[in-house]
Design a protein around this ligand. Structure first.
Ligand code: ATR
Length: 280
């Protein structure tokens, strides 16, 4: 008897721009796995989210990725929560088995792997994190796992920077002084939405950047944000949002489709080509 295809997907709003369906489709194709990964648009409301989850479980989904604005909802609806999701206060992965919903967070491991892909960070490195929203927490944890000792966080709304700083024992810097703060840092990470298509650029003077400093940006549309382009032009190493996106997708593919999820240059090239196609 022919087995039914494996089903998984991504829930968010908006979700139509997501590259995750393409990433999973490429991996399924490579592994010759009969499966579908579907984008599911669900309104920001928690009740709508839980109804969608119930429906997807009933029709046999193995699991889903969860993106903005549902990452906290994903954590709240789970029966079991991983350490990573608990500490980040958000989940980007839900795995269904029987009546159990398991919430996990692969964002921080994705960021960590993306940094390790280029060189990792030197021992005793100092970091500057721009932004104090949901994404910043995972990045801070990943930096700590990478061995970064001193992290400074800066955010337009200072109270939010103070909250994250208190939770993770970080220093804060005033948002107005962000360009000065980069002179001290060995790795700088933009976790704000600035620089994303349709958003203002991140105003940051990087003339004081250390020659060996790494600049990372969680934004992947555009792939070369003005910040990354400026850092590259100076000869600094960069980590873009696409590297993080590919790495964060891998644990979901392994958990739901049961195949190998290799992050390599070929996958990246296919995703870059798709981003190019979307521009036309
Ligand atoms: P996410 O969960 O993806 O991090 P978020 O919680 O909405 O999204 O956070 C967005 C981040 O981008 C915040 O740090 C936000 O700063 P505020 O806390 O001051 O809102 C930052 N951000 C968004 N627009 C900004 C702008 N125009 N100038 C400065 N920072 C901005």
């Amino acid at each position: 008897m022919r087995q039914v295809p494996i089903l998984a997907g991504i829930i968010g709003s908006p979700v139509s721009h997501s590259l995750s369906p393409l990433i999973h489709t490429i991996w399924a194709h490579r592994a010759k796995i009969d499966g579908y990964y579907i984008p599911v648009e669900v309104a920001p409301d928690y009740d709508d989210f839980t109804r969608a989850i119930e429906g997807l479980r009933k029709i046999g989904f193995a699991g889903v990725n969860v993106t903005i604005p549902h990452k906290e909802h994903a954590l709240a609806c789970a029966d079991e929560v991983s350490e990573a999701a608990r500490v980040a206060g958000a989940a980007n992965m839900l795995t269904f088995s029987g009546n159990n919903i398991y919430a996990d967070n692969s964002d921080m491991a994705g960021f960590e792997s993306a940094v390790r892909d280029i060189a990792g960070v030197p021992a005793g490195a100092r970091a500057l994190v721009l932004g104090a929203g949901g994404a910043s927490r995972g990045v801070v944890l990943a930096l700590q796992k990478l061995g970064v000792k001193a992290i400074t966080i800066t955010n337009r709304t200072e109270e939010k920077a103070e909250t994250v700083a208190a939770a993770f024992s970080l220093k804060t810097a005033p948002w107005a002084d962000r360009s000065d703060a980069i002179a001290e840092a060995d790795i700088i990470v933009n976790t704000t939405s600035l620089g994303m298509e349709g958003q203002p650029p991140l105003a940051l003077d990087i003339s004081g950047l250390k020659p060996a400093a790494i600049i990372a940006d969680i934004v992947y549309a555009p792939l070369a944000t003005p910040l990354l382009a400026a850092a590259k032009a100076k000869g600094n190493q960069t980590v873009d949002g696409l590297s993080m996106l590919m790495h964060q997708a891998a644990p979901g593919f392994v958990a739901w489709f049961g195949g190998k999820a290799k992050v390599d240059a070929k996958l990246r090239a296919e995703l870059v080509a798709e981003l190019e196609r979307r521009k036309t």
